[in-house]
Design a protein around this ligand. Structure first.
Ligand code: NCD
Ligand code: ZN
Length: 344
């Protein structure tokens, strides 16, 4: 008997951090192995805010990833950023989308937006241009508990954005709560969400039980079990509003295992295999292809990929680390057994 196989249209990653320099060289091949295109987050230092910077970064990614992979570039929104430049970059095929990082919400967000009123004219220009807004949905108010920051963001910011810019395509990135899943489902068609593999696999216990586990720490932070269950239901429901975005966010091992460790989970090596496990466990493999390969491009208004990828049911153990020259990265699921693997 041969192993069960699952063939789907080639997928894309609608949210990834590829970094730059030696780290880019180390991680780009992992994403390119699995995905045809990826939305590449712009939180470099300095962030990607100009058309020229995005063009140059795109070339560096293409060189690191090799042929057959298309990076989709994102503008990093800053207070007062010029809407005309965003629209021009979009029309020129450089900026696929723009990212809203609330200032100081996460890694590389120091230049982020201090108040959405400072980007109102930019958002109006994006709405006009049909350019999607990608949102890191967490408030930064120090009075708000870190586990509540996404739910409070919906009330304070997201609901107003959806109301005030009814024609703006909005992706609520890496949702982690039942509230966010419900908000997106109830919102009009121009609102969608990405979901990471880690938020489908782990709840906050993974980070905090039996010792503090820095490799399970990312932002937005994993929440309690009922939220994980709600995300699994949303991702595997067949709704076109939810699609694959890994939020793979590599940090060197020494910056993860530190007194003040960086936020981010490096899931690029086995992301597709990780998602497949969830769809199988939920009895929803028939919805896997739409989540991985169709809902995203349809939302962005991009063509579906040609070609396919085949996964086969075969146990394999995820290595404890991935190493490249002097960089050591601990992948998501390190030391665990995954049941699917890419066949070819
Ligand atoms: C991301 C990073 O390291 O760039 N970290 C993370 O935990 N997801 C930033 C982000 O997307 O919040
Ligand atoms: Zn991210």
């Amino acid at each position: 008997m041969t192993n069960p196989k699952l063939t789907i249209r080639r997928p894309d990653d609608w949210h990834v951090h590829l970094r730059d320099g030696a780290m880019l060289q180390a991680v780009a091949p992992y994403t390119a192995r699995q995905f045809t295109r990826a939305i590449v987050m712009p939180n470099l230092s300095p962030p990607v805010t100009t058309i020229d910077a995005a063009r140059a970064y795109r070339s560096r990614i293409e060189a690191a990833a090799g042929p057959g992979f298309t990076p989709l570039m994102v503008a990093y929104l800053t207070d007062g950023i010029d809407g005309a430049t965003l629209a021009e970059g979009h029309a020129a095929g450089v900026f696929t989308a723009a990212k809203l990082y609330p200032a100081h919400a996460t890694t590389g967000s120091a230049h982020g937006v201090t108040d959405v009123k400072h980007i109102h004219s930019a958002l109006a220009a994006m709405e006009q241009a049909g350019m999607p807004l990608l949102v890191h949905g967490e408030v930064t108010d120090p009075e708000i508990d870190v586990f509540d920051r996404e739910a409070v963001f919906i009330e304070r910011i997201m609901a107003g954005l959806v109301r005030d810019f009814p024609g703006l395509k909005i992706v609520f990135e890496h949702i982690t709560t039942e509230e966010a899943a419900q908000f997106v489902l109830a919102a009009p068609e121009n609102v969608a969400a990405t979901i990471t593999p880690q938020h489908l696999h782990i709840n906050r216990n993974a980070m905090l039980v039996g010792g503090i586990r820095p490799h399970a720490y990312c932002l937005p932070v994993a929440k309690r079990e009922k939220h994980r269950q709600a995300l699994r239901k949303a991702a595997t429901s067949g709704s076109a509003k939810f699609f694959l975005g890994t939020d793979s966010a590599p940090h060197r091992i020494e910056t993860k295992e530190a007194a003040c460790g960086c936020a981010g989970i490096f899931n690029a090596p086995f992301a597709l295999e990780s998602y497949a496990a969830v769809f199988e466990e939920e009895g929803a493999l028939e919805h896997f292809e739409a989540f991985a390969s169709e809902n995203g491009p349809r939302f962005y208004g991009l063509p579906l990929n040609e070609g396919t990828v085949t996964l086969e049911r075969a146990d394999h153990t995820v290595p404890d680390s991935c190493e490249a020259v002097d960089i050591v990265l601990v992948p998501f699921h390190a030391g665990e057994t995954l049941r699917w693997r890419i066949a070819s």
